[in-house]
Design a binder for this molecule. Sequence first.
Ligand code: PLP
Length: 751
Amino acid sequence: MKEYEKKLNVSEDFKIAYFSMEYGLHECLPIYSGGLGVLSGDHLKGASDLGLPFYGFGLLYKLGYFNQQINLDGMQEEVYEENNWYTKPVHKLANDDGTDMILKIRLGSEECYIQPWCINVGKVPLYLMDTNLTLNKEKFRHITDYLYVADREMRLLQELVIAYGSMELMKKINLNPTIFHLNEGHSAFLILKRMEDLINEHNFTYEEAVELIHSSTVFTTHTPVPAGNERYSNDLVEPYLRDRCLAFGKNFNEIKQLAAEENMDNQFSMSVLAIRFSNYINGVSKIHSEVSKKMWHSIYPGVCEQEMPIHGITNGVHIQTWLGPQLVGLFDRYIGTGYQHIAEEKSVWENVLTIPETEIWEAHMQRKQQLISYINKRLEKSLIYKSDLQLFHEGGSLVLDSSHLMIGFARRFAPYKRANLILRYPERLLKLLNHPTHPIQFVFAGKAHPADVKGKELIKKIIEFAREHDVQDKFVFIEDYNIDVARHLVQGVDVWLNNPIKPLEASGTSGMKAGMNGVLNLSVLDGWWPECYDGENGWSIEADENIIDQELRDRLEAEELFYKLESEIAPLYYTRNKNGYPSAWIAMTINSIYPVGRDFNMHRMLREYVNDFYLPGSLYSKILSQDNQKCLKELVGLKSLLKDKWQDVKISDLKLDLHENAIVLSGQKIPVTATTYLNGIDDDLLECEIYYKYDDKFSTASLRKTRTEGDFTIFEGNIKIVSSGIQYFNARLKPRPYLFRDFLNLVKWYY
Ligand SMILES: *Cc1c(COP(=O)(O)O)cnc(C)c1O
């Protein structure tokens, strides 16, 4: 039996193709920029651990993402280094005769050649497309130069290459995935390519192709920032898609409708295209899924926001990648070797509670000292520290002190992450830094996107503050945030600070890495943190989303941040028992390792994707294809019948059997009668239900067909009253959901 079958209790064979523009596997492979990349890398590693039949697809960038240098003015400069792939753990794919495998795709009216490469991520192959070939015309050679290239046409070409190139490769190596997992809209052209192949090569109709794609596509959105979702002007896209669409019988005007977004004229939205064609959609935390429902509600106006089919699958992190070696040693002893392989079993983590406090603390202090040595070494290379401080002359003084409380803040310097929140009250900050008994030191790291002027300003402000007030030894900015820096930081600081503007942090995986290592989170209750925070395992900053004035909100949240640092965090850290240990702090540390390890590991996340998406999707598409597509043909037939007749279907009357002024008691059932006109549609195909709201919740109750009266069909049932009564009710007709998973566009409401 395969490992995933044992672990996940599945018997059906299936294959998952996973698409992402970036993969953060290790610092030696600079083909990632941040959170999405590291998550994709961890996803592949976890899939390998579990023995899932998994295949990654992406691009191999010649220059990748930039290395960050800070110049003497404190400004970020971007340095691009050309990758020499022959010295890295990546190999070219070859034909059977040993020659380089070269793929050919059409881009507009021209041919583009692609060399596919492969990285073996454990047992999972990651295929990466490279267009830097002399076979290509000059422009095409540069398609895969930069990750997140700013030029719109180049970006479009990248997204065409990941979609069309990956599909071409699958044909070549005879890989037929049952699931296509799209991360962000970047790879959504896959949908059009699959449609083209299903129609032109496998003789399906357009409607059949739509059903097949829908049943086997997973879409994960990773950002609640509207600008983070990919859009192109239709004029830019059309030359590349016009002929391709015509070849399967659609003109571009029809296809562009599928990617059209409310209030965004003439834009081709990759996210919208992906959502329309995915049966399985998720955000990366519970809050993020709710925010995404709001964001994309206009795609399915017939249903209520809460019913938008966007799940919340909260991210996780790969333990073996992120857990510090000292903790690995402790876990091996107290949990038992091999716990990493059964990390999704919650009971495994209970043994964390048995680790003695002294051992946890010693392990942490070793990581902290290691981090300080690491930072000092890195700073030797830093222009700004050399020039300003001459810290390293003649073995001079070193920055940071392991006996002082250390706060880490490392993330993209995007303005919504508010790296400068702590600078709001400079005097108060200086007091913390220079406190005689409770000093606090800060370590920052992070890159700003090359085009993000505001983000770069934030970095400059941090550096200038340290210079101006002569606190460069305790208010430190480390250049060139990458996986290596991240690993050292999340294992070695005492507190991990995160203060984004809620709800703009989709998940925030760095806090999980920290929490798992016994580093305490101090974070705005956004992304994953509300799912973990219990008052005893870290600290919260209560964002007040209802305050519209951002200035006021920043002030209140900064106040809270300072209050917690001054009155709770520093005192707790510096309170030592007679043996010199901060007992209460260590107890909190254990309270953090336990739930973070248990609930935010990569295996738990993968289990949810497998059980909720990958397996049902594979089974569903298999059912559609069985017996010469019997179910598929029936489904398409029924759908077309429903669509033809739906226009005139209606609920003509709705009656609640409730007298005016009647006193409604909790638990009471109120009879409901709906009179409907079904336009000849068999009532078995439909569901008539009552929808009602109470408090902030809603409920639905299915009504039963009781009789017909002439052309009308009568449905009856009850509303069950809860304590607060009902604030609103309505009735609706919809196709039965198990027959029509995307019933969402065919809903008829009474009002
Ligand atoms: C984990 C990680 C991230 C993502 O962390 P956030 O909490 O989302 O900011 C970004 N970059 C690197 C290098 C990481 O390791």
